[in-house]
Design a protein around this ligand. Structure first.
Ligand SMILES: [Zn+2]
Length: 389
């Protein structure tokens, strides 16, 4: 056997193993890139030391990964003497602000489009007021036109993807709006239509789920893995829950419709066809009407407390987060609501959940939708193509 044959034989025997190791290394590298980008996505500018602590990777590995993320145009590294300590200024890794996702929020009275940078900052937004709830088709057209305008004003920006926060049930395919009663949409493949119109990948999520996701990443639920969220808006009461760090989805993706839990069997008929749902007993119209009526406001606060106590019994959350008009009601009647929740709660008083007002206000749904849109990029930074506009 000649030297050439020996080499060939060695290659033949070694190749599969080497290939396997190579692909394992590649997998590890991609996983580490994902961990690093995710850390700066939520943690903002971080030093290499902080990245070492947050990801558990060693310093030299982090150096190589940061360089690769910088080459991909996702982060920048610069020196910043942020502590004023003596010695070398430490290197800070920050997500680039010219990489964005598009967030779209169609609602009954307006459609909003936002550009959200990879650090969760809303860097641009457009809002179109509407006289009537938009059809899915007109929502797509408005979104596409506004997105063009928005991106046109941001030269050099690169787009990861788009996502829409819709007030309704969204199927597991993250595209089909199964039923959005307040918009009158049924069985609409909104994600697919958006993607066609925008020319970038687009997905859809339930508005309350995305709202909670935003609060978990950047707002009042940060650091908590068991959270129940209730949000009051013009289109009713949306709900979502995070359990053990996992979003409650249910078997078909419709879990968390707390706005339709029955509160009063003798109640008013709801848009869902049943009676006495939370959102028919407590809504923006009722709250407006109670603005100068203490007794009516107390009654609405008690209704909210009953709902919160029921949810605490069901989920044993660390925090119950209240957004929109429910957050306003909570601030106006905090003592009453706390007392009533304790009175109705099944759990020992000292171990009850804390109640908090959601923190992100008008940015919440844009940030939440962008969180959904950034998922593929965060999962595989090297394998996701950014679209230059
Ligand atoms: Zn209902």
């Amino acid at each position: 056997m000649g030297a050439g044959d020996a080499t060939m034989a060695a290659e033949q025997t070694a190749s599969p193993a080497m290939r396997a190791r190579g692909s394992r290394n590649d997998q590890t590298r991609r996983h580490n890139l994902s961990a690093l980008l995710t850390a700066v996505h939520y943690g903002g500018p971080l030093t290499r030391a902080q990245l070492t602590r947050d990801t558990g990777l060693n310093r030299s590995t982090i150096g190589g990964l940061v360089a690769e993320l910088a080459d991909l145009g996702l982060v920048v590294e610069d020196s910043a003497a942020e502590t004023g300590a003596v010695g070398r200024p430490s290197l800070i890794v920050r997500p680039r602000t010219d990489v964005v996702s598009l967030a779209i929020h169609p609602d009954v009275d307006a459609l909003e489009v936002g550009a959200v940078a990879i650090d969760g900052t809303v860097v641009g937004r457009r809002r179109v007021a509407l006289d009537a709830p938009p059809s899915a088709e007109s929502a797509v057209q408005i979104a596409a036109a506004e997105a063009r305008f928005l991106l046109g004003s941001m030269p050099g920006v690169r787009v990861a993807a788009a996502a829409a926060a819709v007030p309704g049930l969204v199927a597991m395919d993250a595209s089909t709006v199964v039923d959005a009663p307040h918009l009158g949409w049924r069985g609409v493949s909104f994600g697919e239509r958006l993607s066609d119109a925008l020319g970038i990948p687009a997905t859809v999520g339930n508005d309350a789920n995305l709202g909670l996701r935003a609060e978990w990443g950047y707002g009042a639920a940060k650091g908590h893995d068991n959270v129940v969220y209730l949000n009051g808006s013009a289109s009713g009461i949306g709900g979502a829950a995070l359990l053990g760090g996992v979003m409650l989805r249910g078997g078909r993706g419709y879990g968390g419709e707390f706005g339709h839990m029955m509160i009063r069997s003798e109640g008013v008929e709801c848009s869902c066809g049943r009676t006495g749902c939370l959102e028919t007993e407590l809504n923006a119209v009722a709250l407006d009407a109670a603005a100068h009526d203490d007794e009516a406001l107390d009654a609405l606060a008690r209704t909210l407390a009953r709902a919160v106590a029921n949810l605490e019994c069901a989920f044993d959350p660390d925090v119950v987060l209240l957004g929109g008009f429910l957050g306003t009601l909570y601030e106006e009647r905090e003592a009453l609501i706390e007392t009533e929740v304790d009175r109705h709660s099944f759990l020992p008083k000292a171990e009850g959940a804390s109640i908090a007002r959601a923190a992100l206000g008008g940015n919440r749904l844009l940030i939440g939708a962008a969180e959904r849109a950034f998922m593929p990029l965060l999962a595989d930074p090297a394998g996701t193509v950014l679209i230059q506009r």
